[in-house]
Ligand binder design. Structure first.
Ligand code: URA
Length: 425
């Protein structure tokens, strides 16, 4: 086997053989195939695509590059959720303890934010004392204690993807549906969950800007999961406007706790319940009632156990930013658009997100919404509050929110988009 033959085959539009795929992934992980060769192959895949058998094998080879976790000793069915990422997407925080309260185990390996979209670990790290890094035994202990664990993926999980994703990031080859799908699914399958629900987002604040692209990504990931024996379902959901009323780490934890206390914004509650029902169904727990678990406090109880088991203090006050700036509505009327990408970039500029993996984030920074599309607003009334420790960042955030980011019309011209746009199983 040699890399040049494999690159040429894909460059010329051919399908790679299972042996070629196994070899190139193993050799790249071992450092025997150079970055420039893998970059050329990733670009050929981006331009020419992969067949379903190629994608399944590519994913299997990435899984085989590292350890595969095994939760079969747990007496409960395991089920997990993965979101392709968006602005204000704090759903994992209420969802994991909620599903645990309904009788499933949720082993969730999560990531940090990069650019305009936030990361679950950054959000949870705003809780004083909470620890993202657990070894496999600690992860099992938290699962036994709380039924749900959210922690960082160790270096042993799909190391081929870790290396390839970093390479794709700097070679313009992230935006390939076969490569995105196999990257996400290799980690989720290696994580060892029995069932998986994908929240594939579409809109300005998402990876996939159109519903068509989101549908293709969702179908590809559902096929991969199915081919690997994981019960996999995807919901296509709207990301044209932020989810809930907050974007930013501690701000989103506060909102998640409101949901667990039986309140919170309607869209966050609706999506949390929709995903919980799918996760429980996929785990075979069809009689569970997640709405009741939110209302009767049992989901909140699991949250407190989960946070405490990872060193956090669920009663500690959350960090708040040192400075705030209120952006008022420029006119009276109906808010018909509040662009997710603009709000996400504004939160990032305020210090909630990072540009490089090693950058720190501000726990209290972010954007708070006082109205959602469809709401009536009055000229001069607060529309957004910007939060940061570093007020010199306000101008950059305000610049992102200028222009078309906020639309107010005399009357609503269109219906607001539903949160769930489709389902793929
Ligand atoms: N997230 C991943 O884990 N991989 C991708 O390729 C894109 C998003």
């Amino acid at each position: 086997m040699d890399a040049i033959t494999i690159i040429r085959a894909k460059r010329d539009g051919g399908a790679l053989t299972p042996e070629q795929i196994d070899w190139i992934i193993a050799a790249y992980t071992a450092g025997e195939v150079a970055d420039e060769q893998m970059a050329a192959l990733a670009m050929a895949i981006l331009l020419n695509g992969m067949t379903r058998p190629e994608i399944a094998r590519w994913t299997a080879a990435m899984i085989a590059s590292g350890e595969r976790m095994d939760f079969s000793r747990l007496p409960l069915p395991t089920t997990d959720k993965h979101s392709t990422g968006g602005v204000g997407d704090k759903i994992t925080l209420p969802l994991a303890p909620l599903v645990a309260a309904c009788g499933a185990a949720v082993p969730q390996l999560s990531g940090r934010g990069l650019g305009h979209s936030g990361g679950t670990l950054d959000k949870l790290e705003s809780i004083p004392g909470w620890r993202a890094s657990l070894d496999n035994d600690e992860m099992l202990d938290v699962l036994r204690e709380a039924g749900a664990v959210v922690c960082a993926a160790g270096a042993g999980l799909a190391p081929a993807d870790r290396k390839l994703y970093a390479l794709r990031d700097v070679t313009g080859t992230v935006e390939s549906i076969p490569l995105i799908a196999s990257s996400i699914m290799s980690k989720k399958i290696a994580e060892g969950t029995g069932a998986l629900v994908l929240d594939v987002k579409a809109g300005s604040g998402a990876f996939m800007k159109t519903v068509e692209d989101a549908r293709e990504l969702a179908e590809t990931m559902v096929e991969i999961g199915t081919d690997h024996g994981v019960r996999t379902v995807a919901l296509l959901t709207d990301m044209s406007t932020p989810l809930g009323l907050t974007a930013g780490n501690a701000l989103e934890v506060r909102e998640s706790v409101e949901v667990l206390a039986g309140g919170g914004p309607a869209d966050v509650v609706e999506l949390t319940l929709a995903l919980a029902r799918e996760m429980l169904d996929a785990a075979g727990l069809t009689d569970a009632d997640p709405a009741r678990a939110l209302a009767d406090g049992s989901a909140m109880d699991r949250w407190r156990r989960m946070i405490t088991a990872q060193g956090g203090d669920p009663d500690a006050p959350l960090p708040t930013a040192r400075e705030t700036h209120v952006l008022t509505a420029p006119a009276s009327g109906v808010l018909t658009g509040l662009d997710a990408y603009a709000v996400g970039v504004a939160a990032w500029r305020l210090g909630a997100g990072r540009t490089r993996k090693e950058d720190p984030v501000q726990a209290g920074a972010g954007v708070e919404l006082h109205a959602k599309p469809g709401d009536r607003v009055t000229a001069g009334a607060p529309l957004l509050t910007l939060h940061t420790d570093t007020p010199e960042r306000f101008d950059a955030a305000l610049a992102e929110l200028a222009g078309d980011a906020i639309r107010i019309e005399e009357e609503a011209t269109a219906r607001t988009t539903p949160i769930v746009l489709g389902r793929i199983a």
